[in-house]
Design a protein around this ligand. Structure first.
Ligand code: DON
Length: 303
């Protein structure tokens, strides 16, 4: 398989889609991003990287950060988190409040905002937030020590965080937060504001394709924990579009409203795509089309 040729071809295929969809506008500083950009990177399990398009342009990883927060909590705390968050698809938008009251303050899964707030809360209890454990993991696994949160994006989200603040207070009212609401929100917003390129993210996610092994050969997660994170990515990683994503792409994937998506081909490679124009559910339009093309052309799907 000539991966470089394939990625260059995919950049050509998605051109008609660039500029379609809208950037996230509820975080004002994300709304200013040029939607005509597109990047794609593949990191193989053995550490080779292939990239095309705007693969080295840093973007806001947003909800993709939820995967690494969950990985760190499972690594530090085993299965305890599953008493505080379910692992069922919600069928609702990522920032919805409705199920939380019907379901006694236990979020449907760790990738909707309510669930990620619970995971972030637990991570704060286990390891604290200075330095940010998610940032440290992503620096170490990508080899890029300049990865950091964009303070403007963080400030922009903090100034417009009524929904997440409502979710956090609601969780607290059910006794499902261990730390003060403000500390949880701050840690969550800062990990969402991390800026990384497709190449950084493909490299940093390799443990998901490598049975939990980090780049240095030590285990972050067991093979079974890694299987379970990938399963939750498949069923919940793209919110109320997870069925459509599984149908079109056939891989575990996690999206962010910055327009990035990380997908995993177990035992083979990780793929990161980025294009800021989003569809109705907050997932990159061109990114999903590119992943569809990638799995169709390579046959590398879990199905
Ligand atoms: O909490 C939020 O709303 C954002 N910081 C992250 C949302 C997000 O990326 C949803 N993904 N598609």
């Amino acid at each position: 398989m000539d991966l470089q040729n394939l990625l260059d071809d995919i950049v050509g295929t998605v051109q008609p889609l660039l500029g379609q969809g809208a950037p996230a506008d509820y975080i004002p500083s994300l709304a200013a991003v040029d939607t005509r950009q597109f990047g794609i990177s593949v990191a193989t399990a053995s550490g080779d990287v292939f990239s095309s398009g705007d693969a080295d342009v840093p973007f806001s990883i947003q909800s993709i950060s939820k995967v690494y927060a969950l990985a760190l909590v499972l690594a530090g705390d085993g299965d305890r988190i599953w008493k505080r968050v379910f692992r069922e698809p919600s069928g609702n938008p990522f920032n919805s409040l409705v199920q939380l009251e019907h379901e006694d303050g236990i979020p449907r899964n760790p990738f909707i905002n309510a669930g990620a707030l619970v995971v972030t809360d637990r991570l704060l209890s286990i390891v604290g937030n200075s330095p940010s454990p998610v940032r440290e993991l992503l620096r170490q696994e990508s080899g890029n020590n300049s990865i950091d949160a964009d303070p403007e994006v963080a400030a922009s989200e903090a100034a417009n965080s009524h929904r997440n603040a409502s979710l956090a207070h609601f969780l607290a009212s059910y006794g499902n937060l261990e730390n003060p609401v403000d500390s949880v929100l701050e840690a969550y917003i800062n990990q969402c504001a991390l800026e990384m390129s497709c190449t950084d993210l493909a490299l940093a996610s390799r443990f998901l394709a490598n049975n939990g092994l980090r780049g240095n050969g030590t285990a972050l997660l067991s093979p079974s924990q890694t299987k379970r994170i990938n399963a939750v990515m498949l069923t919940c990683g793209t919110y109320d579009a997870a069925g459509e994503f599984a149908y079109r792409v056939g891989l575990p994937g996690k999206s962010g409203v910055g327009g990035g998506i990380v997908a995993v081909v177990p035992n083979k490679c990780t793929i990161c795509v980025w294009s800021p124009g989003l569809g109705r559910s907050g997932n990159s339009l061109a990114g999903i089309a590119a992943l569809d093309e990638f799995t169709t052309r390579t046959g590398w799907s879990i199905f």
